[in-house]
Write a protein that binds this ligand. Structure first.
Ligand code: MRU
Length: 349
């Protein structure tokens, strides 16, 4: 199951991104040569998905640092502005802030050194985050595959695949691992309005891998569950609070409630970097609101009257009580009376 595309890569001191706003029609790569381009790409969802925007943000810092070397006396003050610009792009996925914090630690540790040395250390750290993401997702996939049985149909929302990470994905890493173990798994992808990450991205990458996928509109999920056509719901996450509450793409909460009503397990797959243990529960997770045009326009076509009032939250909150298991690179966590514990060792609290 070799990946025939790269979501992002570092090449000749540029961040090369597969422009996800153009998929599935065009496979076009965006070459970001400065940090402002990276910030813009994150804001526009040219690169998206919690782990991918974390790694992209880290390389944004590297681009900022190399630019600032030209002007050494403003280096550290300039870097702060770079961090602020990247941190201001999208508020919900904690992986972005986690990755920027890792980069900040490098700056703090090397504050006495020459700007060129700091920039090189930042580049090494970003490359490390890149490789860690690949390894983490592979491990996470293997742990989660144990929850999927041969013949299952799994429903997912948005894109928690290779396109949302450096490689493999989170929810889709679990499916890929199960398929590699020889299990016959079918995927049902919710289209995921308003920006159609399910229709445009999840179907695209699963079809490339030859994994059977059926596309439905978001409002069809309940009917399929009622008909007994879904055996598990599996999603990614943008931020998970200490008690296991999950912020993920808008529509996830509805699926979790529907799954519970039909006795179907609801699983969340995410790396440990998606856990925000500073938040006791999900209430403190900032939910991004995006432009009205994402709802009133569809692929360049107006679909609602000009001037209509619109509300466009990009994420929602699924309380921990709806989640059967949180799949991570450390193993599978289960919920017990508001505390989530690793099935075999340790806990998040
Ligand atoms: O707005 P997006 O496309 O960045 O939202 C992405 C999601 O909600 C994903 O499910 C989440 O980031 C996990 S990706 C492995």
């Amino acid at each position: 199951m070799g990946q025939s595309f790269t979501t992002l890569r570092w090449e000749e001191r540029s961040l090369v991104l597969l422009d996800q706003t153009k998929l599935p029609e065009q496979e076009v790569y965006l070459v970001c040569t400065d940090y402002r381009m990276v910030a813009d790409a994150i804001r526009r969802l040219a690169v998206r998905g919690a782990p991918a925007i974390g790694v992209a943000g880290a390389f944004g810092v590297v681009l900022g640092a190399f630019e600032l070397i030209q002007n050494p006396k403003d280096f550290f003050a300039g870097l702060e502005a770079v961090f602020a610009e990247l941190a201001g792009t999208r508020p919900t996925a904690v992986n972005l802030f986690w990755a920027l914090d890792r980069m900040k630690k490098v700056v703090v540790a090397r504050r006495a050194e020459a700007p060129a040395v700091v920039a090189a250390a930042l580049e090494a750290e970003a490359l490390c985050l890149y490789q860690e993401d690949i390894d983490t997702n592979r491990r996470l996939g293997t742990h989660g595959a144990a929850l999927l049985q041969d013949g299952m149909t799994v429903l997912t929302i948005c894109n928690a695949g290779a396109l949302a990470t450096v490689a493999h994905g989170t929810a889709l890493a679990v499916i890929r691992a199960a398929v590699q173990e020889g299990k016959r798994i079918q995927v049902v992808a919710c289209e995921t309005r308003p920006l159609l990450q399910g229709a445009r991205l999840t179907t695209w990458e699963l079809m490339k891998d030859g994994i059977p996928v059926t596309l439905i509109t978001d409002n069809m999920a309940g009917y399929l569950m009622q008909q007994g056509q879904i055996q598990a719901v599996l999603t990614g996450a943008d931020r998970i609070a200490a008690n296991g509450d999950v912020a993920n793409k808008i529509g996830t909460y509805s699926l979790a409630v529907l799954a519970q009503a039909h006795g179907i397990p609801f699983y969340v797959a995410a790396p440990m970097s998606t856990f925000d243990l500073t938040l006791p529960d999900g209430q403190g997770i900032p939910i991004e609101e995006r432009a009205a045009e994402e709802v009133t326009w569809l692929r360049g076509q107006r679909i609602a009257p000009d001037g209509v009032a619109v509300y466009n939250p990009a994420f929602d909150l699924t309380p921990a009580r709806y989640v059967q298991a949180w799949i991570t690179e450390k193993g599978v966590f289960r919920g017990q009376a508001g505390k989530i514990k690793l099935m075999d060792e340790g806990s998040t609290d």
